[in-house]
Ligand binder design. Sequence first.
Ligand code: ZN
Length: 137
Amino acid sequence: MLTNIEHIGIAVKNRHDAESLYAKLLDRLPYKQEAVASEKVITSFFKINDTKIELLQATEEDSAIAKFIEKRGEGIHHIAFETDDIEAEIMRLVKDGFELLKGFPKQGADNKMVAFLHPKSTSGVLVELCMEIKKQN
Ligand code: ZN
């Protein structure tokens, strides 16, 4: 089941400029920065109640974020829905005709398992599914 909008991902050219801008806009500081080597991005997170804003800056030219900005400019890159069971949601959605991006699910930023639905199957919006990775005891 999808439980809430976990975050909105925004592609930015310069994380420091975007952080300053969003700090002003949201009237708070980012609470975390995190590099995701596998995605060639560095991220900054702001929190507004249960929803986060994730700023994404490419760390390499062949990063998906760099390509996105080259094609479409800065802006909303994806919407992430939280789920309590990512495998079950993927099965449900693929069965319903949504296209899963290759190589997912895998570990993403913010201690989460993530998967993406191809925008051509979701009216042009890159949709992320994410599920918190429970700490092993
Ligand atoms: Zn995301």
